[in-house]
Design a protein around this ligand. Structure first.
Ligand code: FAD
Length: 486
């Protein structure tokens, strides 16, 4: 495919890729360009073209999978906070800004937002044109003319080449990585589910036996609730064992908060050089806020905007310390569950359908009819053994670039760089979202936006942060196409 106008190729049509297209289509700059939005024919959750504008998070059809952010904070536009709640109300799902709605409704919202942007661009004769391609982008090469040649793998339909002036990588969330085990043969066994979001993956799980879930965060909640629905429908008893190093589960959101007076943080809250002292400062702030009638969640919310600057100040050794010792506590307080989901998980725990254990997994061995699980509880010397029928990886999306072939191919050619010293959090980008090549130079035309910005900003996984990044990245892309920048 060739075009006389500059072409922006966006790879990935989850939240970030879709909203990148929306901003490019809505822009009223003098620069003209066309936009090609490319998404896998099937994504990790196994959905076909349906996954357009949904990605991994919003491609689920299960009613028990709720957003973990209230509707009033899920607008795709930073400057229109009620946009999502208004969409829900207009489409007949009566909602307050405090409601935690089904995730698939957010996919409906993104699709409608994209359609509206296309329609508005068509009405403006100079507007950008959007085309959509269903293909896996296997590789990207720089051509002699300075363009990018994208290798589009359309499965049975073969491989084609798309030429683009600028490429936006919006590849999103990757498959969970396999936790390290001395003998990892279990990972090749049919009783192991690596991708809990893959279509039909949980339908194959044998509910006649106990099920091991590796991980105790929000992915575990999704999986436990889906298995609960299956067990209820089939009248089978449920025996779920969820294991993580510390056994911490997501804290619940408050059911209803219209307003909080506790949005300010003391300017010196991160005045130290160590994450241990940060933790003490945060605890002090929580005590202060609670003494005035507030809640620890207000403090967590107030830290979100300043977390990126703090992350950037921290030396590598402190970042590692945070990831090793404090991250589980941060995650369980920061990535909270919808109150309804938390209530369901609680009642499953009360009746023994779900047991959560703080333990290290020592070994998983396929025994033919079952899997033997050897684990060592936190603080105990002796290991213990359990027997389960299936093992499900609930450790959540991975952000290491080796999880995605396109990224490691680009890294191997020096066209992008993973975060410093292998923290495994994502990619290095400039302040204007250009990826950084192995020689330290910003890429001419490859941009990145999505959860791998965590390497740079730490807080970059949920819509309230990503929507700002996408808008700023779209501006940077448009700027790069302006004649003076070419
Ligand atoms: C299960 C789950 C639930 C979540 N719930 C919430 C929530 O309630 N609220 C919230 O704010 N955040 C939530 N998040 C966080 C979520 O990461 C962001 O909200 C956002 O969806 C990320 O969007 P994305 O476009 O970066 O990634 P994704 O949604 O993962 O989309 C990336 C897309 O790129 C495609 N792709 C990847 N590689 C290629 C390739 N080589 N060629 C072609 N296509 C490719 C994929 O198929 C996919 O469709 C959730 C995350 C998960 C995993």
């Amino acid at each position: 495919m060739t075009s006389s106008r500059p072409v922006v190729a966006i790879i990935g049509a989850g939240f970030c890729g879709t909203m990148m297209a929306v901003h490019l289509l809505r822009a009223t700059s003098n620069t003209v360009y066309d936009v090609v939005l490319i998404n896998r024919p099937t994504n990790a959750s196994g959905k076909s073209s349906h996954s357009l504008a949904r990605g991994l998070a919003y491609g689920t059809n299960s009613a028990e999978h709720l957003l973990n952010v209230p509707a009033g904070r899920m607008s795709a536009f930073d400057d229109a906070p009620n946009d999502f709640a208004d969409f829900l109300n207009a489409s007949g799902r009566s909602t307050s800004t405090n409601t935690f709605v089904e995730r698939h409704r957010y996919g409906d919202y993104l699709q409608a937002t994209l359609q509206a942007a296309v329609a508005s661009a068509v009405r403006r004769s100079t507007g950008a044109l959007l085309s959509i391609q269903y293909a896996n982008v296997d590789d990207i090469n720089r051509t002699f003319s300075g363009q990018y040649a994208l290798q589009l793998n359309e499965g049975g339909a073969g491989v084609t080449t798309l030429h683009a002036t600028v490429v936006v990588l919006a590849l999103g969330n990757f498959l969970p990585s396999n936790p390290p085990l001395e003998d990892s043969t279990i990972y090749h066994c049919r009783k192991y589910v690596r991708d809990p979001w893959a279509s039909g993956a949980l339908e194959q799980v044998d509910l006649d036996q106990a099920v091991l879930m590796m991980g105790t965060g929000l992915t575990m909640y999704d999986v436990a609730m889906s298995l609960k629905r299956r067990a209820t429908a089939s009248g089978k008893p449920l025996r779920l064992l969820a294991v993580s190093r510390r056994g911490l589960i997501p804290q619940p959101h408050r059911a209803s908060v219209d307003h909080t007076d506790f949005t300010d943080v003391p300017p010196d809250i991160f005045g130290s050089t160590s994450v241990r002292q940060d933790l003490q400062s945060i605890r002090r702030q929580i005590r202060r806020v609670e003494a005035h009638g507030g809640d620890w969640r207000d403090v967590m919310a107030s830290l979100r905007p300043i977390a990126p600057a703090r992350w950037q100040q921290l030396p590598d050794v402190e970042r590692r310390r945070f990831l090793r010792h404090l991250r589980p506590y941060w995650d369980s307080h920061r990535h909270r569950a919808a109150p309804e989901a938390a209530a369901q998980i609680n009642s499953m725990m009360k009746v023994g359908e779900l047991i959560v254990r703080a333990a290290n997994l020592v070994a998983l061995t396929d025994q033919g009819d079952s899997v033997s699980v050897i684990l060592r509880r936190r603080g105990q010397q002796d290991a213990e053994q359990e027997s389960v029928g299936s093992v499900i990886n609930c450790t959540g999306p991975s952000s290491g670039i080796d999880a995605e072939p396109l990224l490691w191919r680009l890294a191997a050619k020096g066209q992008l760089t993973a975060d410093a010293n292998g923290l495994g959090l994502g990619l290095l980008v400039t302040d204007h979202y250009r990826v950084i090549e192995s020689n330290g130079a910003p890429s001419n035309g490859i941009f990145y936006v999505g959860p791998l910005l965590k390497a740079q900003y730490w807080e970059a996984t949920a819509v309230p942060e990503l929507r700002k990044h996408v808008e700023a990245a779209a501006e940077a892309v448009i700027q790069s196409l302006a004649p003076s920048d070419q």
